[in-house]
Design a protein around this ligand. Sequence first.
Ligand SMILES: [Zn+2]
Length: 898
Amino acid sequence: MTKHTLPKAYDFKATESRIYEMWEKGGYFKPWNDPNQPDFDPSVKPFVISIPPPNVTGELHLGHAMFVSMEDLMIRYQRMKGVPTLWVPGSDHAGIATQLMVERNLLRTEEVTREELGREEFVRRTWEWKKKYGSMITNQIRRLGASCDWDRERFTLDDGLSVAVREAFVHLYEKGLIYRGPRLINWSPGLKTAVSDLEVEYSEEDATLYYFKYMLKDSEEYIPVATIRPETILGDTAVAVHPEDERFQKYIGQQVIVPMLGREIPVIADEYVSREFGTGALKVTPGHDPNDYAIAERHNLPIISMLDNAARVNENGGPYAGLDRFEARKKLWDDMKAAGLVLKTEPYHTTIPRSQRGGEIIEPMISTQWFVKMDSLAAAGLEAVKDGRIKIVPERFAKVYYNWLENIQDWCISRQLWWGHRIPVWYCDECGQQSAAREDPTACAHCGSREIHQDPDVLDTWFSSGLWPFSTLGWPEETPDYKYFYPTSIMETGYDILFFWVARMIMDGLEFTGQVPFHTVYLHGLIRDENGKKMSKTSGNVIDPLTVMDELGTDALRFTLLVGATPGNDMNLSLKKVEANRNFANKVWNATRFIIAGIDTLQAGPSADPAWTLADSWIWARLQQLVRDVERLFQNFQYGEAGRQIYDFFWSDFADWYLEIAKLQLNQGDARAFYTAQTLARVLDTSLRLLHPFTPFVTEELWGHLRQTVLDSPLKDLAADWPEALIVAPWPEPHGEEGWEAGKTADFVLIQDAVRAIRNLRAEQNVQPARRIPAILVGGDQSNTLQEQSAVIAALAGLDEQNLEFHKTLAEKPEGSVALVVGAVEIFLPLAGMVDLAEEQARLQKELAEAESQIARLEKLLSSDFATKAPEQVVQKEREKLAAFQETAEKIRAQLQG
Ligand SMILES: [Zn+2]
């Protein structure tokens, strides 16, 4: 017979890459039902996830590790259930991030700027960079065990997706939903482009509040005004006061003079003004402030832009033209001081918008940009969630989603960058008209002139990622993939990009495909450090997933992330937790090693068919309960709780209890050994299947060993229908209870309680572990059960099996014994001489107090509303507990008196 040995320790480093290669080469990541294959069956419903595409410049962080682990779990679970699964991978071209990185590289290595290279050459260099380094992030995602179909990998700038972007733009343009015009946007003076809200970070900073005089025209009177950005005075077009503010009412409708420029602007009344803030009067700079912009729209005020693209004062700033915004602030303030227009300054704490990429202060600016009208798109997006076509998990985020879509602004989609999808609009130098086109035109669509030029801007990265679920499947072509795999099943991502990405995909999906892009949105929380603090480079508390995988293994990291996660809630991550889960992987390894050795000792098939032992029945009942619970939890997206329950079952029930008893049973040889080995193999097989979506590597490796060992053993029939790899092994099917489970479980729990009580006492009394002691067990109705399990009790509690006595009742307490009470069972251990009697009395007193407090608690509970409102079964359980404690207390009191 072949001997199978498992190495003593789990070498995850060598195993992970070997297993991943085996999976990929085996084609397991591909859907078994493929519309491009001849035996395709369109009636089988697939399960599809599109990966949130990481930035092509990205380096793996815990956010990636989280969504990859979670989505891989969902995909593996469905795959094992026999569903054709497709997980579409890919990456995002990440306009700003990539362009900046390549620019900095060029400057460092060749001392050349992007402008010096020219647009065409710069874009060519960026593609070169992408070809060289673009697979770094996807390789890191592979290391996490991601079972994506890599043959279907996409990139937001590849040819197919570019066609999709072009189609989407022209579709919206022709429908009148895209327009170009001057609007207030977030401007990054460092990058010289419009940026999205996501690229703006708000930081709490110390600033200065400047108080000054707005002089009334032809008067010595003034209105005091305060601002934190005095340079924007150059762009003021009104001073606003609250209509009911008695201090300023008399000035409404009058003119005031812009300091140093001498322009006349009106004093207006608007309820937006807060009477309590600053001086109660507000300078209105619609060209550089979103709230002022709204006021200007209400009052038809002119809008003056006083900064250029680099945030220098432009020609509207009179004598300050050409100065940087901060130089202008200082100079203007000095001049105002000299002119007697200054009141005071004071320190002020406020929120400053800064560029996420460059760190400079973002300037709200009026700029001519391309916009998408959002009203009709947003209405459709709202409807799809309200009517239940899309379900958001957890549900509370639906409100946040509604709120955002109900208050949505038009979307600025143009960026002043070179790396991205260029806006497909051409301007005619001859007739001045513009046209959007699906194919690059050679002549003006209006007058036929060949003097046309394309808009220089590119589209916001989110424009292409909004199309991701369908563009990756071939849309706008009606490809077989698109027809079969779209709409996708679940969109799984962090709640922080619900708006930026998820909402856009929903709106785009409805607009372009007429369908919701996915049926469920599952939002996971963010990962914080062990103290709940946000991880950041400046705090130095960032955990690098690559290092963690190197040191503790991928399975340990995945299990920690998955078990720590509850839908929508942030989680705290510590390396201690990952270490504990590394230990769990080792525990599974060691248990399997023991079981494989056990199976290997089987000589032949059994000569008889003995009944299951109590332990066999119990572990089987526990396993079936676990399978039912895990299924229910998975259906409710409670993956973390499911993982915890599998962990507890494996570590405690299976490894700590059943395995210890199985050792005894295996030693009995013949049929008992055969059936014990069979139970071990079956429980281990099911456990590994349940664990596989959480910890795919160690389970695949162990299951392969288990399968081979079983196939080479007298147990071989058991594995007859096991496939060649765990990744495609059927998911354990839940079965209902058969009726015997409760009784067997209760009996086994009694044995466990007795063993624990004896172990505790031995530990308290410092009895040597190897010392086998006699015992008398008085079990009442349960004395038969105890007697049947005498070998188990003796082995696990360190008793001398030849010196065990079992009684239904005992008239008198044995001399010189210490008594333990476990429910209705009394255990007497003859520890005379080894035990301090006073201490023993104290111990019993303590136990009595504990029992009495439990009795008080349960009596209170059972006399409350609980007894009438909770389900009958639950109430009954509590009643049984109360009865057991009452019996225990009774017995202890008798002990104390005796
Ligand atoms: Zn023309």
